[in-house]
Design a protein around this ligand. Structure first.
Ligand SMILES: C[S@@+](CC[C@H](N)C(=O)[O-])C[C@H]1O[C@@H](n2cnc3c(N)ncnc32)[C@H](O)[C@@H]1O
Length: 272
């Protein structure tokens, strides 16, 4: 480790590694020491603390800091229509459902909202209505990411890849002091409900069955044992023929006793 401004020992790193693993399932290997240092120095500064061992002591006593510690260690990278091939698959799947019930979708690592809003846009386009018979529950462990998601305000760069036809119906363009920003339209927001859920918690309190679960680019931070446990718990929450969407590098072939491949990085229960 290089010399740090704030004292950060091997033992401090081990303690942090265990805390985040036990609480969130996030598995930080030894190569992540510098990342942890740079993510958490913000928290030390905010609390006027000059070394990690004092910070860890403070953390053990301060409930509010605990959530900020978790938020600091999550990686929230996401974008609108990330892994774009998933969205036409979702549209086709919903179109083929023969149901009069409201269709439920779950984005279980929603981050700052781009994923569930992309799902909502897909549903509005599919049904040709701002009030499709669809509800989307969007959850994440990170409360700050969820606050941003709820606000639905993004910089123009975040929507660079969208066509004018995708932008116009779903975003309002900021003017004056809001120039350079866009805001998700209220009609789209109304389709999505954001809530904190830690995938490691025993009780997710989500209202199944889901026609689709998006669990994308979160498994990569968890170890195999935790991934398996979570995937097993998805199975009973999926509606018949329900689809599980995972990230491009999240290969769940290993649990092929439960899921089978439906299309690229999309899975379906084996036993329907
Ligand atoms: C890289 S983002 C993925 C966002 C989006 N699904 C996508 O593919 O673009 C990973 C998200 O997983 C969340 N996360 C990490 N551990 C979690 C856990 N135990 N429970 C729920 N969310 C978690 C993080 O807070 C982060 O927002």
């Amino acid at each position: 480790m290089y010399k740090h401004q704030f004292d950060f020992t091997e033992n401090d790193f081990r303690v942090i590694q265990k805390l985040i693993y036990d609480y969130a399932g996030i598995s930080l290997n030894d190569a992540k020491q510098n990342l942890v240092y740079s993510r958490l120095t913000r928290r030390l500064r905010a609390n006027n603390i000059t070394n990690f061992s004092s910070y860890l002591e403070f953390l053990s006593k301060d409930k509010n800091e605990w959530q900020l510690f978790i938020n600091a260690l999550t990686t929230n990278l996401t974008s609108f229509f990330r892994e774009p091939h998933h969205f036409p698959i979702l549209a086709r799947h919903i179109k083929n459902l023969d149901t009069r019930e409201t269709i439920a979708l779950w984005s279980c690592a929603a981050s700052t909202g781009e994923e569930p809003y992309s799902m909502a846009m897909t549903m509005v386009e599919l049904f040709g209505s701002y009030t499709p018979p669809v509800r989307i529950i969007a959850t994440d462990i990170d409360t700050q990411a969820l606050e941003q998601a709820k606000a639905g305000i993004y910089s123009m760069e975040k929507v660079d890849m969208l066509t004018p036809d995708q932008l116009r119906p779903f975003f309002l363009k900021g003017e004056g002091k809001n120039a350079g920003l866009v805001k998700i339209r209220e009609e789209l927001k109304d389709i999505v409900t954001f809530r904190q859920v830690n995938l490691l918690n025993e009780d997710w309190s989500v209202r199944a069955p889901f026609a689709a679960i998006f669990c994308r680019n979160v498994m990569i931070y968890l170890d195999k044992k935790t991934q398996m446990a979570i995937l097993q718990r998805f199975a009973p929450l999926l509606a018949p023929k329900g689809l599980l969407f995972v990230g491009h590098s999240e290969n769940i072939i290993l649990i092929s006793d439960l899921f089978k491949l439906h299309s690229r990085t999309v899975y379906q229960l084996k036993q329907e």
